[in-house]
Design a protein around this ligand. Structure first.
Ligand code: SAM
Length: 276
């Protein structure tokens, strides 16, 4: 079951100050605009295959980066509804839709994905990206995605499995301690590896998984910042000493400069069909 202790929260469950919202927008836009993510989006949206004229809901849409790609695919004549508990993030999404001249097929609704404000069978397809790991229980969102999708319709969730993050160089035990410190702070850090079984448990048919591996060997600032943030979190949480955190990040940064660094992480796009 996709349940976990409710006291576990991460930055995405409490976007309640202007500073947190600004940081969230920056993070989503930065991560979502890497070359690897552009390629990943093409792959999983090709699998979901939203078509002109279709209606799609994007739950936990954030700044709407992916919602807009879906909007472009359902245009003309379709509609995509971005749902998120954060009105501020949806404001950003609305402005982006306007700038992309896609307002006609774009809508936004402030709501919790565990209780969607839509009638049963409202959409041809439903989508949810990088959300389940922040929600307790994530399974409630998957059940709602199924409820609001028509029989025969498609539902897709995409989740990073943070424990698949690997990096070289680094002393093994220290690397595990640093990376797992942050992994264990997510509400459900294993949401990626649990997705297919959750879909089957929820009664979807024709469940398929598309594994997507992001690899960085060039020292992409997005991933180097991610590595620094992991070390900082572990330091603040008392899991490593200042010297250990500095030595670990320093060795990785030096390896990136010397073209001897390797980082990879795997996300899973899972697609299921609502039984007819
Ligand atoms: C990591 S962001 C992903 C945003 C977007 N899907 C993307 O990939 O660009 C997680 C999003 O989940 C939203 N979220 C948090 N709790 C939620 C809930 N209970 N129901 C729906 N969305 C939620 C957050 O507000 C945030 O926008």
């Amino acid at each position: 079951m996709c349940t976990s202790p409710t006291e576990r929260t991460d930055g995405w469950t409490a976007l309640d100050t202007p500073e947190r919202i600004t940081a969230a927008v920056r993070k989503l836009e930065r991560m979502g605009r890497t070359e690897a993510e552009f390629a990943a989006r093409r792959r999983y949206l090709d699998l979901l295959a939203p078509c002109p004229g279709e209606s799609v809901v994007d739950v936990g849409a954030g700044t709407g980066l992916i919602t807009l790609d879906i909007a472009a695919r359902v245009n003309p004549g379709g509609r995509v509804v971005a749902v998120d508990p954060s009105a501020a993030l949806l404001d950003h999404a609305r402005s982006a839709a306007k700038a992309a001249r896609l307002s006609e097929v774009f809508e936004a609704e402030v709501a919790d994905g565990r209780a969607l404000p839509f009638a049963d069978r409202s959409f041809h397809a439903a989508f949810c990206h990088w959300v389940l790991l922040h929600v307790d229980p994530g399974s409630a969102i998957v059940r709602e995605l199924k409820r609001v999708t028509q029989p025969g319709g498609r539902v897709m969730c995409v989740e990073m499995d943070w424990e698949t993050a690997i990096v070289y160089p680094g002393e093994r035990a220290l690397t595990r301690r640093i990376l797992n410190f942050s992994n264990d702070r997510h509400v459900e850090g294993w949401s990626g590896r649990r997705l297919t079984s959750l879909f089957k448990e929820c009664g979807f048919v024709d469940v398929v998984v598309e594994p997507i591996v992001d690899v960085d060997q060039s020292g992409d600032p997005v991933w180097l910042d991610f590595i620094r943030e992991r070390a900082q979190n572990a330091l603040e949480g008392g899991s490593v000493s200042d010297a250990e955190a500095r030595a670990w990040t320093g060795a990785i940064e030096a390896a990136a400069v010397a073209d001897r660094y390797f980082f990879a992480i795997t996300q899973f796009a899972v697609l299921g069909r609502v039984p007819t």
